[in-house]
Write a protein that binds this ligand. Sequence first.
Ligand code: AMP
Ligand code: MG
Length: 484
Amino acid sequence: MKALDELTFDNRFARLGDAFSTSVLPDPLDNPRLVIASDAAMALLDLEPTEAHSPVFAQLFGGHKLWAEAEPRAMVYSGHQFGGYSPRLGDGRGLLLGEVYNQAGEHWDLHLKGAGLTPYSRMGDGRAVLRSSIREFLASEALHALGIPSSRALCVIGSDTPVWRETQERGAMLLRLAPSHVRFGHFEYFYYTKQPEQAKVLGEHVLAMHFPECMEQPEPYLAMFRTVLERNAELIARWQAYGFCHGVMNTDNMSILGITFDFGPFAFLDDFDANFICNHSDHEGRYSFSNQVPIAHWNLSALAQALTPFISVEALRETLDLFLPLYEAHYLDLMRRRLGFTRADEGDKAMVEELLRLMQNSGVDYNLFFRHLGDQPAAAAVAVLRDDFVDREGFDRWAAAYILRAQDGNEVERTARMHAVNPLYVLRNYLAQNAINAAQQGDYEEVRRLHQVLSRPFDEQPGMQAYAQRPPEWGKHLEISCSS
Ligand code: AMP
Ligand code: MG
């Protein structure tokens, strides 16, 4: 374990030079104070949890202090936003402070979000508000606990700095951790600005740092693209299986590592709704829940375009064609587990589709359905769940087939098996909102409690029943502000 001043830096991305990022110092927040820290994320840096409570911690992550070895940089990238190309995006309000390596030899990017103006701020103020920082913190750590790859969050630092959104709010900073902050949009930037040498420097860097196994392949770039595609197919399968809607799947928000990245108006489904749109400025539903699958594929084809200088179009096409089958295989595998099956069967796809159709028609709570399906033996469980469905005959037909299918010889450990993959606690929007309301009054207890509950989503926790319920009337269909 280390103290804060003992972190070891090795700033590999900064060393690529000014074509890739610009040196910028954080702009400090007024009266920085700890809102929340994640012990699990602290451990990734070998930091003792108690370090979060030292005054230096809030100063470091509130932009007042820096390690001598840190080299804060704003990265340049571009990307496709809602289908249209934006030629210059970049870190408009976040800084890569540096790369820290831990005792296990892993590198972690320290990215401070809300750190002030950069050359890429465009019309923005370079800030992040407390509300959105808390949402990103809770979501990153909750997704990780669910087994869904994600960037991580070390802490949120609150402040007295006024920040204007729809109304006056308070500025905050979030310290994000990820093995890399390279996005699809990084490759697009160098491709569309016609800088082939820099594109190659970026490609070689990403290969060497993050895909060393691909360097041994006959075509390293192709192997890397294929790995990126495979990881994204698996990531999206996990989102779809657990009802996570990202909301802003622009190519600048897609990580080259296939992790959930850049949280905005995201939401977990309460009632199942394939057409759910969590982003209120997404009028056409480009990023609706069910569209996440074709959009991920589209985003990968945007990345493929940017890789045409390195890989033949034919090989890129062939690789892109693998996405849907890979996605489907992962998704079905996850859904089988959620249903408690221990082996595959031909009829599984149809059984999942029919269940989702029934859930959609009746507005059944998506995650609680699976949890309760595992509470008891199949026949007893469906007899209780039946009440949630309007189309009882339809559900009874499904349930009869399900009961037969559930008897695949492994009834005994069914509950343990199903509860281990079906969360009791998910980050519902209204739960986050309750925690934010309290935090905006200076009370951080609820954020911390919610974070604790969500860090063990599969374990029933005494006294926490309130977190395992459907939303109250006010908490359904909350309009989450897209400003952040
Ligand atoms: P996002 O929608 O958060 O993924 O951001 C898209 C682009 O806008 C990125 O280049 C961000 O850095 C930039 N951006 C978002 N919010 C702000 C802000 N408040 N100030 C400056 N830039 C911002
Ligand atoms: Mg972004």
